[in-house]
Design a protein. Structure first.
Length: 406
């Protein structure tokens, strides 16, 4: 796990004061949707109120400068200029736009791993059926995560049309070696698409270090933005190669002659014309808030809370921690003998503790290998407290004790 060395102590009291939801629940479902800071909520509400007063188009015109600043803040969070950021509805929408920009031919290879996000895996299979491409999955390393040697061999053998990787899969705490995969792709001049849905806002992200051509993310998870908005990073390399989405629209291109259109010179070519500007402004504020907190400090604290959760839950009878990999993050997955994940999630929710579930359909390859039908997912963030972890462990211990005595 990466540690950033000596850093100023985080002001936990201030972070929680900034987060109204902390007063109402123990929120350990940040991999689903993080609690928004008050400033993010205010940014969204303020723009909606402006739309109600002056009209939607007019409000966007009045906030043109602030909207541009939102693009810049998102870019700064991942080490990219604003021109390389496209706003999309969610990470999957951005991922799909990137997939569609490759001019696939029958027999082309899409190279991925055994721990890609479920929607991505489904899309690959759909493309294979419709377009005649081949989906190849690199092996896992015995310790967990993709086997980089095998990935390199497959890149050399197949020269894939695209390598697609999920940085942090939704179904476990695994952190894939995304930068190492990026180096393998760049060495062979292979386009590289990274799903960073669970990593943006949780850990430092630098697209130059990752060497990715595309990076998709959402606002709602560890970034702590509103639901229904996300972004896609598009590298200059991809833009200069003329890559553009299959279903490009009037936002991304100009219709300049009867049978001719001109794509936007920047990442805007991957956008659709209509999206909620209130959410764009909220995502921009979430990016600024994350930068103010400091991503290395945020990662260290959230990861430490998650590791403590793994350690303490593994000591409870019947609990198995399902996370595998040399680098684990702030997502903890467990299975509990005699309980379904849904039952545990519901019972904890009754006590004001928010968690979530991953079922086999979310991760067929991973869960079948582990021999489980699903897992309870616990995902703390930097604003959570040790006392909240204590409450989770105590609640689970009481549930297990009550079931064993009945």
């Amino acid at each position: 796990m990466i540690h950033s060395g000596d850093q100023p102590a985080m002001d936990l009291n201030q972070l929680r004061a900034d987060t109204p939801g902390c007063e109402h629940c123990i929120h350990l479902n940040n991999a689903g949707a993080g609690l928004m800071p008050a400033s993010v909520l205010a940014a969204v509400q303020d723009h909606l109120e402006l739309e109600a007063r002056v009209g939607g188009y007019e409000a966007a015109d009045q906030r043109e400068s602030e909207i541009g600043q939102a693009y810049a803040a998102i870019g700064q969070l991942i080490g990219a200029p604003a021109r390389n950021i496209a706003v999309v509805e969610n990470a999957t929408a951005g991922f799909s736009q990137a997939l569609s920009s490759i001019q696939w031919k029958p027999g082309d290879v899409l190279l991925t791993t055994r721990n890609d996000y479920v929607s991505n895996q489904i899309q690959y299979l759909s493309m294979a059926a419709r377009l005649g491409i081949e989906v190849v999955r690199a092996n896992d390393h015995p310790d967990g995560g993709v086997d980089l040697i095998h990935m390199g061999e497959l890149i050399h053998r197949f020269r894939p049309a695209l390598v697609a990787l999920t940085h942090v899969p939704t179904n476990s705490g695994l952190v894939q070696q995304a930068a190492a995969v990026g180096r393998l792709c760049r060495a062979r001049n292979v386009p590289y698409l990274l799903d960073a849905c669970q990593s943006v806002g949780q850990m430092p992200i630098d697209v130059e270090e990752l060497q990715c051509d595309f990076l998709s993310a959402t606002a709602r998870k560890f970034l702590r933005g509103p639901r229904g908005i996300g972004f896609l990073y598009v590298s200059d390399r991809a833009l200069d190669a003329g890559l553009e989405p299959l279903f490009i629209d009037m936002r991304g291109a100009d219709w300049i002659d009867d049978d001719l259109y001109q794509p936007s010179p920047d990442a805007r070519r991957f956008e659709n014309w209509e999206f909620a500007y209130a959410l764009v402004l909220g995502m921009g504020e979430a990016a600024r808030y994350a930068q103010a907190v400091g991503m290395e400090s945020a990662m260290d604290r959230a990861s430490a809370l998650a590791q403590r959760t793994r350690t303490e839950l593994s000591e409870l009878p019947g609990v198995t921690v399902q996370d595998r990999g040399s680098d684990l993050c702030a997502i903890v997955t467990i299975s509990v003998e005699g309980w379904t994940p849904a039952e545990l999630c519901a019972r904890l929710g009754e006590g004001g503790i928010n968690t979530s579930i991953s079922t086999r359909t979310y991760a067929v390859l991973d869960f079948d290998q582990k021999g489980v039908e699903g897992a309870l997912r616990i995902s703390p963030h930097y604003y959570n407290t040790d006392e909240e972890i204590d409450a989770l462990v105590s609640a689970l211990a009481e549930l297990l004790a009550s079931s064993s005595s009945s």
